[in-house]
Design a protein around this ligand. Structure first.
Ligand code: SF4
Length: 316
């Protein structure tokens, strides 16, 4: 093959338009009706509409039902150890900052065994998207209490009902220094789910998205009321936030919230009497570790000078 021919082929690859089919991996093996299916569809739509190049993209997960995600997206993927999605994603981002990195975690994965990594990933604020698919239960291992299981819910580990107040992932994330993007959406409101993923992808920094997710196998009643009664949801809206005007007809509970207001974001996150969807907080100015750790650029003369100084240390 001539060089001209291979260059032409390369140009064709670079100009190629990706379709949804280009991002479809293996057939998803989640239970019928599982909320993970709609998250997968929304993510594949995002990849298609943003024309995110598959070979420049990595999905990383830990262990759990939602952690099967990398198998179902035709990009690079890493299905790792329980709770360790974020350290792997961090390593990838630090060594290859040009890649699009998505970490997909469940509630057990992210805010239980992976909690230490979660807190530090927020603080490091690397430019990546972290999706926490929160179904309030350990589904893969068949119904144990997770940190977000509400009290009174009967599980295999608490047959008389979970006893502790649940961990609030939004409140905790907003409490970590250097948090830069915190949003919540629900898998059964696909327009909002998609708009949230898009905003998270476009944010420069660590985008933490909690996706409220149904597990019909083990907690079929958990969000039944919220799905059938739109008043159980409250949307945070603002020109700077995530607003989907076409949802206003069906969902009347809309509250104006400026996502630059951290104190208000924390107040909204703390109150769990209603399920709030929207962008709680965003600050593009927060420092990002991948920017800070870059050694300052040096001229050739400066590099030679440093080398000479290094040699002088060993002079006898
Ligand atoms: Fe989904 Fe629950 Fe089935 Fe897991 S057990 S695949 S979370 S419905």
């Amino acid at each position: 093959m001539s060089n001209a021919c291979s260059l032409l082929q390369l140009a064709e690859v670079e100009e190629r338009e990706y379709t949804m089919a280009d991002y479809e991996g293996a057939m998803a093996r989640w239970c019928p009706g599982c909320g993970d299916h709609s998250v997968l569809t929304a993510v594949q739509r995002l990849l298609t509409e943003e024309q995110i190049v598959p070979e420049n993209t990595v999905f990383v997960s830990g262990i759990g039902c939602s952690s099967r995600f990398p198998h179902y997206v035709k990009t690079y993927g890493f299905h790792g150890l329980h709770g360790r999605a974020l350290p792997v994603a961090t390593g990838i981002k630090l060594s290859r900052p040009e890649l699009n990195v998505f970490a997909v975690m469940g509630d057990g994965d992210c805010v239980s065994i992976g909690a230490g990594h979660w807190i530090h990933a927020i603080r490091y604020n690397l430019n990546m998207v972290a999706l926490m698919l929160d179904n309030n239960i350990y589904g893969l291992t068949k119904m144990q209490t997770s940190p977000t299981t509400p009290p009174g819910v009967k599980t295999n580990t608490h047959p008389y009902g979970a006893v502790l107040p649940p961990l609030n992932p939004l409140e905790a994330t907003l409490g970590v220094s250097n948090a830069s993007f915190v949003a919540q959406t629900a898998e059964w409101v696909p327009a909002h789910l998609y708009a949230t993923l898009k905003a998270a992808y476009r944010h420069k920094g660590f985008s933490f998205v909690r996706i409220v997710q149904r597990c019909p196998a083990y907690l079929p009643k958990m969000y039944e009321d919220a799905v059938t009664n739109p008043d159980r949801l409250e949307f945070l809206v603002h020109p700077e936030g995530i607003d989907v005007p076409e949802l206003a007809k069906a969902y009347k509970n809309r509250v104006r919230h400026d996502p630059r207001d951290l104190d208000a974001a924390r107040r909204f996150a703390e109150d769990m009497s209603v399920i709030r969807l929207g962008l709680f907080f965003r600050d593009e100015e927060r420092p990002r570790y991948e920017e800070l750790r870059r050694p300052p650029k040096k001229t050739v003369e400066e590099k030679l000078q440093l080398l000479e100084e290094e040699f002088d240390r060993y002079a006898v």
